[in-house]
Design a protein around this ligand. Structure first.
Ligand code: ADP
Ligand code: MG
Length: 324
């Protein structure tokens, strides 16, 4: 197998768009834009926990960066620079060979990673690469973004009386996962949409940027809509009542919508006076934005969920659990 340095040179070295110094030295050097703050976040992807051993490496490369970009979106930040840590263990794939150490596996992983990086104009400026013992291949991405001074969308900004919104169609990734686990049987368009949501999530970067001056708070849905809303409400010291105009039927679809993880849609709050602007953002981005409830005064983090018939359906679980 190639040496660590060959791998880095071959797959992970690209000329950066906007860094003073990228891959190849002891550290990278970047210059933040004047008047901006740096926004930093890290996410891990662990074999057997976050992805199956037989995952397509190209999709995994995309997702490794996309889940980090989603955190930038949730802050309203513009993503700029990323670092990538790789622990490559034998056993990924069919359990006997070591595809994660093979050049073709890494080449595909890098292709997916850079297709996401190119789409969002992010530079890979460094990282670390090591072989692991037999076990769980792991990728760790750190992303650095920029925000104009004091414009970050924090979890703690929700105000009593604000509307609660969610982007896109939460739940698809969890339904796709249920299909792969044999707990659901999907076909045709729905199957491809759900697998796409699971394997190639689209970080809502443009939405985050558009919401900077509109939303009072935001979070991305990685754990499940109710769980992540709970985090936002706790941080804001508020509670909420959710009422859905249309709720998927009881069962897998509803559970996935309310509590499925891995979606990377944005959940955000905004004053009711901003509804017109939010509709305009939705139209401009061609992205559905659903008004799903209201922030109330009360016990921090508490949630009441009402269906379209006015019935209380507060689920026992808020996070992704149904499919474990
Ligand atoms: P050091 O010994 O100083 O940690 P390394 O030999 O580990 O340096 O890395 C050499 C260069 O390659 C550094 O610039 C590092 O940031 C970069 N690098 C290592 N692994 C990766 C990777 N997976 N992706 C991008 N850059 C990497
Ligand atoms: Mg190193």
């Amino acid at each position: 197998m190639a040496s660590e340095f060959d791998l880095i040179e071959q797959y992970f070295t690209r000329r950066p768009r906007r860094a003073e110094l990228g891959v190849g030295d002891d550290a990278a050097i970047v210059r933040p834009s004047p008047g901006h703050e740096l926004v930093i976040s890290t996410d891990l992807l662990v074999e057997g926990v976050h992805f199956f051993s037989d995952v397509e490496p190209e999709s995994l490369g995309w997702k490794a960066l996309a889940v980090n970009l989603s955190d930038m979106a949730a802050m309203g930040a513009t993503p700029r620079w990323a670092t990538l840590g790789c622990v490559l263990c034998p056993g990924l794939g069919d359990g006997t060979s070591a595809p994660s150490e093979s050049s073709s596996w890494l080449e595909l992983f890098a292709r997916g990673f850079f297709s996401c990086a190119d789409r969002y104009e992010v530079d890979l400026i460094g990282g670390d690469t090591t072989r692991g013992r037999r076990g769980a291949t792991t990728f760790s991405v750190t992303i650095v973004g920029e925000l104009p001074h004091d414009q970050g969308l924090r979890r703690s900004g929700a105000q009593i009386g604000d509307d609660i919104w969610v982007s896109g169609a939460p739940g698809r990734a969890a339904i796709g996962l249920a299909h792969l686990q044999g707990k659901a049987e999907l076909r045709d368009t729905l199957l491809s949409e759900c697998l796409q949501a699971l394997h190639r999530p689209v970080p809502r970067i443009e939405l985050g940027l558009a919401l900077r001056k509109i939303a009072s708070s935001a979070i991305d849905i990685s754990d499940g809509l109710l769980a992540d809303l709970g985090h936002l409400l706790k941080a804001s010291g508020t509670c909420a009542r959710l009422q859905f105009a249309a709720l998927p039927e009881a069962g897998l679809s509803r559970d996935a919508f309310l509590a499925g993880g891995d979606d990377y849609e944005l959940l955000f709050t905004a004053a009711a006076a901003r509804r017109g602007e939010i509709s305009a953002v939705s139209a401009a981005l061609n992205l559905p934005l659903q008004l799903i409830g209201r922030v109330l005064a009360g016990n921090a983090g508490e949630l009441k969920v009402i269906d379209q018939h006015g019935l209380d359906i507060t689920p026992a679980r808020r996070g992704f659990d149904h499919f474990r």
